[in-house]
Design a protein around this ligand. Structure first.
Ligand SMILES: NC(=O)c1ccc[n+]([C@@H]2O[C@H](COP(=O)([O-])OP(=O)(O)OC[C@H]3O[C@@H](n4cnc5c(N)ncnc54)[C@H](O)[C@@H]3O)[C@@H](O)[C@H]2O)c1
Ligand SMILES: O=C(O)[C@H](O)COP(=O)(O)O
Length: 633
């Protein structure tokens, strides 16, 4: 591994951030440059962070490492090219193109410590990943389950600087509560242009003729090509790249058909493309261009059987992923003439073995995964991923999140006070459960005048889940892994909308949380149906508890809470207040709810400090107090 620095700011403790985050830019392919630069990230005191962690036990070593650069002493000698990359800025000739575009790197550097490294072995990546908060990779770095395990919960975001996320274990990321974001749009045109370049180069034997002429030959007869105009091109995968290829190929006079089980017919029709079945596409096309993602269902989709059903002499372009083609089958199809030519930018194994028969086949044109490699695309991708990663670190839900609900920023901002309310209600309700009674079913109700389609509650559900699970386990829960963690713990979360007749301006009137089939340590919180039930509202931007069991209360959900059930009679409030006052516990809120005068009542008392056990005992000893519970919010 080579690891060295091309840019370094003075590195003293004074210069280091209080809450440093560290983002490495890793790539395991040869030839990128390497940059390392310590810089600052100041964590904002955001009101909501889906990535907020439970307080960690003191871990001095790890905390120190967040503020310091990785050791430089172990860096082995650098190659000339790499050394050139670390030369003073200003000499473009001495600087190979950066792996992540400068604009993106600069943006990242404004907010965090950034280390760039390449040619890391899997082992080296695992060793480094526990020191970082975010990881930015391109397609060559495999972010496996082992990488997430090695991160030991620190890694909060993986940024894939590109489209394909087949190199990231999404399930493992989700289980680890790590958000994965990609940069899905910035390289679309570059990939489409490369597909067209390969299509034309293959049809006219450009690469072969170039090599032949450079070898001193003049072979005009050997390299007679085929025309594109009037030929049928089948686009397999009519997504962003596929549809851009279609537009361009139309301009070349080709007839375009496409197969994509999920593409909207209207979008294809608007470009003048017919969506057809897989069999029709492969059996009628003269050229087939692959543009689907690599997934378990597309792996080796193009196998012996598929090639056998193609039109004799078909030509194939693959700018998607090598893994969608069975490369041995393609070789056989090339050898027996079923496929007359192939143009490949991507391979199952990258780089492919040096002696790969496919790469050296005379009817195959190859490029080393260059689809996204234009300076424009790389700048765009770098900016797109830098913004997504920084946004995610700040607690915003990135629009390009791959393993979490994409909640637009404006929706999140509108819902942010309800997000806090949801988590507080979860924390409250779980502390009302009697020890030993397992929680199985959670029902969350949202009373709202909004059309259900205009109210995205996924983030609220996640926060109720977080509130319920975190106080009773060591699990770290966020929007990414909330559903997964709930499922793992056998927690069934259901949601219900209660449609009100009010103004849709206010997104939510109240949120209710019910726990069914559990015993409560505070009988006053049981509804008539026997569920533990709490309800809250947002008032003046702050979360308030408004209902406990059948009792209406109104107490701000901040700090700590004492709930007392007593027989409604004069003087109790004064008695409780004076006990707390004597113990130096500041009461910030107090509210009494009762079913009827002189009957049962509930007193909800918001306190800043946690009262001594003695104070709680004294409250419990007041004769008319029937039960009480202390809750940390
Ligand atoms: N070579 C490169 O450098 C390069 C650059 C960009 C993208 N890519 C790759 O190109 C592919 C497409 O990228 P994109 O940005 O257009 O993605 P996209 O998600 O916009 O489009 C993919 C399309 O494939 C379709 N699809 C899924 N399964 C399919 C199947 N079984 N059969 C047919 N279609 C199927 C989807 O419905 C979708 O419309 C990805 O594999 C991506 O990784 C490669
Ligand atoms: O999926 C992609 O975006 C492309 O394959 C580009 O990958 P790269 O970042 O390794 O160039």
């Amino acid at each position: 591994m080579r690891l060295y620095q091309i840019h370094r700011r003075p590195q003293t403790r004074r210069h280091l951030p209080r809450n440093g985050v560290r983002i490495p830019i890793y790539n395991q392919t040869p030839n990128p440059d390497i940059t390392r630069s310590p810089w600052r990230w100041r964590r904002r005191s955001a009101t909501y962070s889906p990535h907020r962690r439970r307080p960690r036990p003191p871990q001095p070593t790890r905390l120190t490492t967040t503020r310091e650069p990785w050791p430089h002493t172990a860096a082995p000698p650098r190659s000339a090219a790499a050394a050139a990359s670390s030369s003073p800025a200003g000499s473009p000739l001495l600087r190979p193109p950066p792996k992540l575009g400068d604009a993106g790197l600069e943006l990242l550097r404004r907010f965090a410590n950034v280390d760039c490294a390449y040619e890391l072995t899997a082992e080296e990546l695992r060793a480094k990943v526990s020191l970082v908060d975010a990881l930015v990779v391109r397609s060559a770095t495999r972010v496996t389950r082992e990488v997430f395990e090695a991160a030991r919960g620190r890694l909060r975001v993986v940024g894939r600087a590109g489209v394909g996320i087949d190199n990231v274990d999404l399930q493992a990321a989700t289980e680890a509560g790590c958000l994965v974001v990609n940069a899905p749009t910035a390289n679309t045109v570059a990939a489409a242009e490369h597909a067209i370049a390969l299509l034309a180069a293959m049809a006219r034997n450009v690469a072969q003729a170039d090599a032949s002429l450079k070898a001193g030959k003049w072979q005009r007869n050997k390299y007679v090509g085929v025309s594109l105009v009037g030929k049928t091109l089948a686009i397999m995968g009519f997504g962003k790249v596929g549809s851009e290829v279609a537009r361009r190929a139309k301009g070349l006079g080709m007839d375009i058909i496409s197969h994509d089980p999920y593409a909207p017919v209207d979008r294809a029709r608007a470009i003048g493309v017919d969506l057809v079945s897989f069999d029709e596409a492969i059996s009628t096309a003269d050229f087939i261009s692959l543009h689907m993602p690599l997934t378990p269902s597309t792996a080796k989709l193009f196998d012996d059987e598929t090639f056998a059903n193609m039109k004799k002499g078909v030509r194939i372009i693959n700018v998607a992923r090598g893994g969608v083609v069975d490369e041995d089958a393609l070789l056989r199809a090339l050898d027996n003439g079923t496929v007359s030519q192939a143009a490949l930018d991507v391979f199952t194994e990258e780089p492919p073995p040096k002696d790969s028969k496919l790469v050296h086949h005379e009817h195959v044109t190859v490029t080393p995964h260059l689809g996204a490699s234009t300076s424009e695309a790389q700048e765009g991708v770098a900016l797109e991923i830098a913004e997504a990663v920084l946004g995610a670190l700040k607690g915003e839900l990135a629009a390009t999140a791959v393993n979490a609900p994409m909640v637009p920023a404006e929706v999140l901002s509108e819902l942010s006070p309800y997000v806090i309310l949801a988590e507080k209600l979860g924390r409250l309700v779980v502390q009302l459960v009697a020890g030993g009674s397992g929680i199985k079913g959670v029902k969350i109700g949202y009373s709202s005048s909004r059309d259900p389609d205009d109210l995205d509650t996924r983030v609220l559900r996640a926060m109720v889940t977080k509130g319920i699970i975190e106080p009773i386990s060591s699990a770290f829960v966020n929007i990414v892994n909330a559903d997964y963690v709930a499922k793992q713990r056998g927690l069934r979360i259901s949601e219900e909308r209660i449609l009100l007749d009010g103004s849709p301006e206010i997104p939510i009137d109240s949120i209710q949380v019910h726990l069914a089939n559990v015993e409560s340590k505070f009988a006053g919180a049981l509804s008539d149906e026997g569920d533990i039930r709490v309800e809250g509202e947002v008032k003046d931007g702050k979360p308030h508890l408004t209902l406990v069991g059948p009792f209406s209360v109104d107490v701000s959900l901040e700090g700590n809470l004492i709930l007392c059930r007593q027989v409604d009679q004069p003087g109790i409030i004064g008695k409780v207040g004076s006990i707390l006052g004597k113990m130096n516990v500041n009461v910030n809120f107090m509210s009494v709810g009762r079913t009827a005068p002189g009957k049962q009542a509930i007193m909800a008392i918001g306190v800043d400090e946690e009262p001594e056990k003695e104070a709680l005992k004294l409250i419990g000893d007041i004769p008319s107090v029937e039960e009480f519970v202390f809750i940390k919010l």
